[in-house]
Design a protein around this ligand. Sequence first.
Ligand code: FPP
Length: 262
Amino acid sequence: MKTRNLVSKGQSNNPGPRHLAFIMDGNGRWAESRGMNRSQGHKAGLKALERIVLACSERNIPYVSFYAFSTENWKRPAREIRTIFLLMDLFFRRRMQDLKKRNIRILVSGDWEALPARSREIAETCIRETATATGITVNLCMNYGGQMEMRRACALWAARSHETGDYSLPDETEMRELLYSGLPDVDLMVRTGGDHRISNFLLYQMAYAELFFLEQPWPDFEEGLLQRVLNSFQNRERRMGGLGGAAPARGTKQGARLGSPG
Ligand code: FPP
């Protein structure tokens, strides 16, 4: 597999992220500002997702999560919800061979029992077909909510405790197994679209994530901007609750914004 060096000259404090997560916000506004309907925005959003999956694969970022449909998104009009599921189906059908060729593993996280049966089938096929891939893992969060994930984990653990009579807390490994995907913690979270919140996304896994909030809507997110975020991430000092070493790099404060690509 082709890999690129993530680190620009003289810039590296940190290794690149092991787990990179995206809140793909701004599709609707992107479309509306062009006189299109919101579904067109999600279509353009899918294209951006496909671009970024390839860019992450080329950079060998081990785990990449995308927030594609939240437990709160059911409040949207039925037509828009249908479009999002259809785009997911399209992605799996159109890209499965290419994902396999690129050695990319697909996971879907969330309570996806509630998804249309056909979408579940298509997703299951793609998950099965890519299960042995050893390249990067792409985790699509569908009908996902961080609070729901933790409530579910509590219920699973309570049932286990009841069975075994052991009422101790889960250790780190056991906790990972109780979550939807068991992926490592998120190192870097990027939200496009101008809002500064985490909206119930990977709440447990983001405890020490570096957060980047970008003004650009998701359909405009492209490789150059991704690289700028990665460079900036590598300049942040991550103390993880400790005291750290060097002083934080200038201009890389938590929540710092990036301008449009220069
Ligand atoms: C948020 O923008 C985006 C979503 C709720 C859906 C994102 C879904 C895709 C990009 C396609 C799904 C593809 C796969 C592979 C699962 P918004 O609609 O909230 O934007 P707005 O804030 O401008 O209204």
